[in-house]
Write a protein that binds this ligand. Structure first.
Ligand code: NAP
Length: 310
């Protein structure tokens, strides 16, 4: 990734230094995207870890100190906390600054933030479609966004030039950038991200309710497929609770379609319809092949995931 000679933004405030906030800070450092990174975390333990990792040029407990004079403010907290975190600091954001976020849901975040954005400040919602099942500042790494999509959902009235600055920012963080409207974002992500997590939570939670020997066997012989569900189910519980509540309608619509499909498969297994089952599995395998072809995953046996120690 090319390093800029001069910083893209003079001062950037990152509110929330978990997996995404810390990865953003490291990615910005790598590309020299900010003259000064002001990091904010409510918890002392998180600020101490962020200091040890040199994530930011200044660390703050109080977000108003960090956003004062910032050209870009990025909210990296759970989607359910966006409104309550931004409300007390909105009036400290300077005129002409850009406010953005990284929330996995866009409709509920826009609903919470838009009324709070002062006039003369521009709000450009964003969602980097990149992550791991890990949380906290130590989980972050500079390459997280490399080659991954970042979806911008530009709002009416925000000048093209402002949206383009955010686009360039994410491109310099390594992302491929797409733009779509808020409703489409939430519909697409309900299928590609939210439903798979719900299914993984259901599968893992069901298994956790088993008793005695069945439960022990499940852990010992998990490599049969169960283990891959547990990776998704290891994600942050607060983040995912907020995502399902924030994208409730689209998640339910996708879940209903999934349940009908599962019932179809059930009937075919019960009826011994091997031809139909095989046809479905062949079609399903092609989806995986397309994802590998698009470079969003590798065909390696570890599913392309490098294990990370920090
Ligand atoms: P994370 O690792 O759990 O970090 C969350 C951060 O938010 C922590 O710094 C935490 O501060 C802070 N925070 C939590 N609740 C707060 C509250 N009520 N008030 C103030 N600060 C609060 O989470 P993450 O994975 O970075 O996710 C952050 C955002 O990125 C979410 O909106 C999520 O939807 C989005 N996102 C996540 C992924 C993913 O795969 N993880 C991918 C794309 C987008 P303390 O540590 O001080 O408590």
């Amino acid at each position: 990734m090319k390093r800029r000679e001069t910083a893209l933004f003079r001062r950037v405030a990152i509110i929330g230094l978990g997996l995404i906030g810390s990865s953003l800070a490291l990615s910005m450092r790598r590309g020299n995207l900010a003259g000064h990174i002001a990091g904010v975390s409510r918890g002392k333990a998180t600020r101490d870890k962020a200091a040890a990792l040199a994530l930011a040029d200044s660390l703050h407990e109080r977000a108003e100190e960090a956003v004062r004079d910032a050209d870009l403010v990025v909210l990296c907290v759970p989607v359910g906390a966006m409104g309550s975190v931004f409300a007390p600091i909105a009036s400290f954001v300077k005129e002409g600054a850009i406010v953005s976020d990284v929330g996995s849901v866009k409709g509920s975040v826009v609903e919470a933030l838009l009324p709070l954005v002062p006039s003369g400040v521009f709000f450009v919602p964003a969602h980097p479609v990149a992550g791991t099942e890990r949380s906290g500042p130590e989980a972050g790494f500079a390459e997280l966004f490399d080659g991954r999509w970042c979806i911008l959902t530009p709002l009416a009235g925000v000048p093209r030039g402002v949206v383009d600055r955010v686009r360039v920012f994410w491109e310099l963080c390594g992302s491929r950038v797409a733009e779509m409207d808020v409703a489409r974002h939430d519909r697409v992500l309900a299928l590609t991200s939210h439903l798979p997590h719900l299914v993984a939570y259901a599968m893992t939670d069901m298994a956790a309710s088993l008793e005695g020997g069945d439960r022990r066997d499940l852990v010992s012989y998990s490599a049969g497929g169960f283990r891959d569900f547990t990776r998704l189910a290891a994600s942050d519980p607060v983040m995912w609770r907020d995502i399902f509540l924030g994208n409730r309608e689209e998640s339910l619509a996708m879940l209903d379609r999934f349940l009908s499909h599962l019932a179809l498969l059930r009937d075919e297994v019960a009826g011994g319809d091997g031809e139909s089952l095989r046809g479905r599995f062949v079609r399903a395998r092609r989806v995986r092949e397309k994802i590998v072809l698009e470079g969003q995953e590798t065909g390696a046996v570890d599913f392309g995931r490098r294990s990370r120690s920090r």
